[in-house]
Every structure is written in C-alpha cells, then in structure tokens.
Design a protein around this ligand. Sequence first.
Ligand code: SAM
Length: 239
Amino acid sequence: MTWQATVMTLFPEAFPGVLGISLAGRALENKTWSCSTYDLRQCGLGRHRAVDDTPFGGGAGMVIRADVADAAFSAVDAPADVPRVFLTPRGTPLRQKDVVRYAGAPGVVLMCGRFEGVDERVLEAHNVEQVSVGDYVLSGGEAAAQVFLDACVRLLPGVMGSDQSGVEESFSDGLLEYPHYTRPAEWQGRKVPDVLLSGNHAAIAAWRQKKAEETTRERRPDLWSAWLARREKNETAAG
Ligand code: SAM
C-alpha cells in the first residue's frame, strides 16, 4: 500500500524537492509513497487570496488565519487514521521513535507554516500534532516538512537497501551510532582502529558499543542519562 504524504503549503513548487532524488526519489517513482501538495492560497480570501492577518494582542508579523487553514484541512479530507502535523519550533521535538510511528501510519498530512505561524484554534479543532525538527527557527515549514518526510520514507518497507541499515543506526537503541571507516586502511598517517581489521566479530561489536556509549555521553548528555536509566530499569527487571 502506498504511504500518502499530503503537504499543505504556500509553496507547492518546493515538493518533492530533495525527496525526488536517491532512495526517497526511487521510492516515489515506484509508488512506495506519494507526495501531493495542497496550495493554501486556494483557500485565500478576496481578490488577493489573502491567507494571513495581523496577530491579536499586537506584535510583529502575520498569522495564517483559522478560517483559511480550516478550509484547507477540510479540502484535504484525509482519513481519520492519518496523523495531522503542524511543523513548528513550538512543537514536540521529532525523535526517531516518533518517525517510526508516523512511518507505520497510512501516511501523514503536514501543514507548513509561514510568517509567525497558524491560528492556534484551528490546530486544536483538527487534532493537529505540533512537531519541531530542532531548536532553531527556519523561515518556513517546507524545509522542516522535507526533513520529516525523508526520515519517514527511508523507514518504509523496501526503501533501504539492507533491512539492517535501519536497525543499527543512531537512536535505534537510544545511543548515537559508532564511527565508520573504509579504505584505505591508512590515510595521511591515520590508521583505521586495528580491531576493525581483525575479523573478530565479537571484538568489533564490543568496540562499536563502547564507541557508541562514549560518543553519546560526550555529545548528548540527555540521551545518555535516558539510556543509563533504561539500562538500570532492565537490569532491575531481570533481577
Ligand atoms: N514565530 C514562530 C516561533 O517563534 O515559534 C516562528 C515562525 S517561523 C519564522 C515560520 C514557520 O517556519 C513556522 O510556522 C513553522 O512552520 C516553520 N518552522 C520554523 N522553524 C521550525 C522548526 N524548528 N521546526 C519545524 N518548523 C519550523
């Protein structure tokens, strides 16, 4: 069955964009997923098809109107089991476990914001999940939607070359991934760690686990604390 992505945007020409190349592009061609857009301007008001207005309470910028966004959600009319997502820096940070959930749904409807965002009432009325792709501010939701969709599409059945590629990567077990090396075995005086050339699979697995733990501890103390807590819980449960 085709995983259906519908993107509500003021810039439909931005899609599929980078998702039209490589793995995601091939999967799009062979209909593992589909990417349709809905131009918010179609629901715009008046001669100029205005979609935005000034914020109540004052302040800089403009806000996408509730009636306009509502008409767009209604026009898209996705089945009830398809998650509706608004991309926003105010959202819950997107994690790999969320990506797994979205990829397991029949598809997704993504709303790309512009200006200051979208009237909150319409997000409540349509049960829209609010998701952030990182702690920084982009100028629009289109780049965020591409990040979101790329992460989902690569998990769809058959998209990645080897089934293992999704199992062993960063976040899959709560840790960042170990470092990678390929030929030449020595480059500009830098040698690949001996253990990786040893052919000893148990030693390689142990080295990779140690590196994954070290990297996570150094770079992501938040993930490291969560991983330690989970390990302790599992050890306690195992007695
Ligand atoms: N005023 C908003 C705030 O401070 O939260 C930022 C608005 S931003 C200029 C315009 C649009 O870009 C947002 O409505 C959202 O759709 C998108 N956007 C910006 N940063 C994002 C992020 N980190 N994650 C997801 N979407 C983002």
